[in-house]
Design a protein around this ligand. Structure first.
Ligand code: FES
Ligand code: FES
Length: 205
């Protein structure tokens, strides 16, 4: 038996009674599915807590966000606060694309709950450039053309800032050790190392 579309394509008339019956059956099936969905209990999505208001100190400002306390900080930064410099790479604390400064130290944010950051001073790359002025480490990255795709760059700059805060005159080995946990898929490593070296030199002047 030819299908309705084959009949239509051939110019034959589609039986309107059969068409109407098929349509009624389809509408009834959809309505039944909707009724079933409405009477089923809500799905359980895991052991998350309910969202609540959480106060954070970010880039010197008090920010209040409504979030489940176990939400990773990175999600809150990017999705709730529009601070997108820190990047989502692996989500497993392996690539360090997501780092920010927490009380002056570099910390990953992709897998640590927002709750762990309450009462801490959080600084993102955006916070290092108030009023758009580049931080000296960021300026050194620009001068050395250290970014290729740029995905790892915010994390690398944060690492450079944290290093120069604790060590004003790092050796090459110390620079490499500080950057070691950071992955760069583009292979810009030498230019990144040169940028941190340049920032240290210029800071010492
Ligand atoms: S995204 Fe956080 S370490 Fe990779
Ligand atoms: S510049 Fe592309 S990942 Fe590092």
């Amino acid at each position: 038996m030819p299908t309705a579309s084959a009949m239509a394509a051939s110019g034959a008339r589609v039986c309107s009674r059969a068409w109407a019956a098929a349509r009624r059956a389809c509408v009834a099936a959809n309505a039944a599915a909707a009724r079933r969905a409405a009477t089923q209990p809500a799905r359980w999505h895991g052991p998350h807590e309910m969202p609540r208001e959480i106060e954070l100190d970010i880039n010197g400002r008090r920010e209040v966000v409504s979030a489940e306390p176990d939400t990773p900080l990175l999600h809150v930064l990017r999705n709730d606060l529009g601070l997108t410099a820190a990047k989502y790479g692996c989500g497993l604390e392996q690539c360090h694309a997501c780092v920010v400064l927490v009380d002056g130290e570099e910390r990953t944010t992709c897998a640590t709950a927002i709750e762990a950051f309450i009462g801490r001073s959080i600084v993102t790359l955006e916070g290092l450039a108030p009023a758009g002025a580049l931080h000296p480490v960021a300026a050194a990255f620009l001068a050395e053309e250290a970014a290729q795709c740029g995905y790892c760059t915010p994390g690398m700059i944060i690492a450079g800032v944290a290093l120069l805060e604790r060590n004003r005159d790092p050796s090459d080995a110390e620079i490499r050790a500080a950057l070691d946990p950071h992955l760069c898929r583009c292979g810009s490593h030498w230019r990144i190392i040169n940028a941190v070296r340049r920032a240290a030199r210029e800071r010492a002047r």
